[in-house]
Design a protein around this ligand. Structure first.
Ligand code: AMP
Ligand code: MG
Length: 420
């Protein structure tokens, strides 16, 4: 069987994973989701003209010849209605965020005033007894006033479709009274591990047994990708057992990840089951990469199933290269891959020609030259999960003898490079 180039394998998978049906979800659940349509403001922000400072609401024309003394006719704290109005010769004490009263068209900050009774402006602002204020400086119309709709005007498109909602976006939506936001929902993704050797519980290992690590890792990778992980447990190497768990998972999820059972061995039932269930969409590929060469992929009942390899590093790398981009696409993201940079190899990344692209587990840091620098981690075999766990990037070393020290190497960033 010939090896499939990585980009072709990725294309095959991605082309079969369309976006999920958009849904209006509560704002509190929408962090990291992508808007499916433009969101229009039904309210203005700020909703009313208000003061940006603590001070005195005045008629700008009256303080043009400052210093002038005005009669203080009331106080408006934030949250109160805009009263009393400011008449000729009058000022109203006003606190940041409070609405500008009728008659006023500017606010003099306390620092530019003195209380008539000799207190500083700052003291006078808190004192209901000061009935006169001396304004020391003139203000122009509109000074220290935040106009209604100054940030967002009702009727305006606040965010276009395809916006990835971050904390600030959620704040903006809250500020205009949006309770539910139309997005591509989080994909519910089941994770099933397979293998007779796997142990779930805390019991001591019997000869030949190992603990299941892939399910924990894959569930966490899903959470990190803003999907909704669903633990489907563990199936023995048995066609009926794998089928039963997979069918159960498909009933509850938008996609399923399995680990193990996709190699060429006699007990690799996942690809057998997927082949049977997927009615023609099934692909079992040997991708021209190392690690993560085997990949089984099929669409069952319209839901993508990723048969990831069992080796712990391979299963993570395969998730990064195939499942994560596909799931992000399903969740409406336009850019689906990890950021790729041209990094500087601080040490040689040596390898032998084998017809495959190698994904070397590296540690990435920002250099003083403003570039990302990478250093390979020890333990580059596909069972060396520890090095994969410590990796912050994967360097893509093309077929050949590798990359020398100081050379450029394309690198996928899995996390922020260190600053040191
Ligand atoms: P397989 O792809 O099923 O042939 O498994 C390849 C290798 O990965 C074997 O050494 C398995 O024991 C190991 N493996 C499979 N599944 C898991 C898992 N869930 N956690 C840790 N190792 C696993
Ligand atoms: Mg197995």
């Amino acid at each position: 069987m010939s090896l499939v180039p990585l980009d072709e394998a990725q294309r095959r998978v991605l082309s079969q994973c369309p976006a999920l049906r958009p849904l209006a979800i509560p704002l509190g659940d929408a962090l990291g989701c992508v808007t499916s349509v433009a969101v229009t403001a039904e309210e203005s922000v700020p909703p009313f003209a208000n003061t940006a400072v603590d001070g005195f609401a005045v008629r700008a024309a009256e303080v043009a010849a400052a210093p002038v003394t005005l009669t203080v006719v009331g106080t408006i704290p934030a949250g109160s209605p805009p009263e009393p109005p400011v008449g000729p010769g009058e000022a109203v004490r006003i606190l940041t965020g409070a609405p500008l009263p009728p008659g006023a068209d500017a606010v003099v900050m306390v620092e530019d005033t003195d209380a008539w009774d000799g207190r500083s402006g700052r003291e006078a602002i808190g004192a209901a007894t000061a009935t006169k204020v001396e304004v020391r400086k003139p203000v122009a119309v509109g000074v220290n006033v935040r106009a209604a709709g100054d940030d967002i005007a009702a009727g305006q498109v606040v965010f276009p479709a395809d916006t990835v909602l971050g904390p600030g976006h959620l704040g903006v939506l809250a500020s205009i009274g949006v309770r539910k936001v139309p997005v591509f929902p989080r994909a519910r993704v089941g994770v099933l591990s397979t293998g007779d050797e796997l142990v779930d519980g805390p019991e001591p290992l019997k000869p030949g047994q190992i603990r299941d690590s892939n399910r924990r890792t894959l569930l966490a990778l899903l959470a990190e990708a803003n999907a909704e992980p669903v633990d489907l447990g563990h199936a023995r190497d048995d066609e009926a057992a794998v089928t039963e768990r997979l069918v159960d998972g498909l009933a509850r999820c938008d996609a399923v990840l399995t680990s193990g059972g996709v190699s060429v061995g006699d007990f690799d039932y996942v690809k057998v089951v997927l082949d049977r269930l997927s009615g023609g969409s099934f692909a079992w590929m040997q991708v021209a990469i190392r690690p993560a060469k085997p990949l089984a992929f099929g669409v069952v009942q319209g839901k993508p199933v990723f048969g990831l390899p069992g080796n712990p590093v391979s299963s993570m790398v395969s998730f990064e290269l195939f499942a994560r981009p596909a799931l992000r696409g399903m969740m409406g993201h336009r850019s689906t891959g990890r950021p790729q940079v041209s990094a500087v190899a601080d040490e040689a990344l040596r390898r032998r020609p084998d017809g495959k692209l190698h994904l070397v587990r590296v540690r990435a840091r920002w250099g003083d030259d403003g570039r990302v620098h990478v250093r390979p981690l020890g333990g580059q075999a596909s069972h060396h999960l520890h090095a994969m766990a410590e990796a912050t990037a994967l360097s893509l070393v093309p077929d050949g003898d590798g990359v020398g020290a100081g050379a450029d190497v394309p690198t996928l960033l899995l996390a922020y490079p260190e600053l040191a």
